[in-house]
Design a protein around this ligand. Sequence first.
Ligand code: KG4
Ligand code: ZN
Length: 389
Amino acid sequence: MLIDRLRSKDLGQQSFSTMSLILGIETSCDETAFALVHPDGRVLVNQVASQIDLHAQFGGVVPEVASRRHIEAALPMLKSSLAEAGAEWNDVGAIAVTQGPGLIGCLLMGVETAKALAWRYDKPLIAVHHLAAHLHAPFLLPEKAGATHLLIENGKEKKAIPIEPPDGAEWGDVIVAQPELPAMGLIVSGGHTSLVLVHSPICIEPIASTRDDAVGEAYDKVARAMGLGYPGGPVIDRLATEGDPTRFLFTPPMLRRDEKDFSFSGLKSAVARLVESIQAEKGPELDPQTVRDLCASFQATIIDVLLTKSLRAAREHNVRDLLIVGGVASNRGLRRAARERAAQNLRIWFPHFSLCTDNAAMIAGLARHLNPLDAEEALELNPEASLPF
Ligand code: KG4
Ligand code: ZN
């Protein structure tokens, strides 16, 4: 198992010279991403080429189409990432790549690119777990000046960065703070919904996960049922702010204390059935306020489930910090509700938006805590579609 192999030794910054950068490559789904991260956790470059336009016409990601686009995008992005940092290959100390989990054809493009570059430029190669990397986002300093993580503490929203700003710049009301480990982690993305206990950046214990759809997947499918396009999360989040969350009442799934796991496919189907019955009665075109109310009601149910379960798990495991990461952590309704519901003694972290959806900065960032593969292992590295923690 990847993490077992890597857990043995935490080289951290010692494995790279203090000046050398880590090049990150992420291609697990429909984003081609390259990043350069400094060993101190500063993100210098975070380039993401989204394929949303390409997949929107199909209403979701088409794996074969996604892998082809990764090949086309990779080398131009590599060049532009180095150029953006004003860096040369001499400045790169290691190459980090997502090994899994993800779409196998997409992962393969990233892994083979990384292997070829590592061999050509004689750089150490580091294999990274995509979900462990999502959990690492709050430990990185986002690349844009003024970009911060959201920390909810004592019911108040604070702007936090994990290390002092590099040039000693004054950032007003920004505080320098990092989550305390062990922490509870809620990973919410298009492919995953899991609660995990984060003992260290690379030692992660699964607590619960979804039995069927991931939460982002439910957003995307519900949006499709209402004809709102792909991806569904951002548009439902926006429309929900103008809707009435009490107009349609959906049963929050698996909310009992003894039901640890998540399940979203029943909720997704309930919304789709309701949409069909409204259409059967009133015609295929849904009126805009009904769409807004459906979005608000669906989103309120999702948020209730996510927060009830993660707050309960944080309490049961007696941790001080809860990290909410992945694409769905961008959700503004979830961020607002977290502030309203957070217990006094719990701190809740949401990464800066640039580090929520898939990116390579989190891949390069986590690589700081992992051992490089030896030359033979590097050449034999294979992607894994379902890589366990
Ligand atoms: O982490 P991510 O970029 O990719 C995966 O690893 O899956 O997450 C993508 C998912 C999509 O399902 C998208 O609809 C969802 O994140 N998403 C959101 C929001 N922004 C993106 N879901 C809810 N609210 C949002 N604001
Ligand atoms: Zn992801």
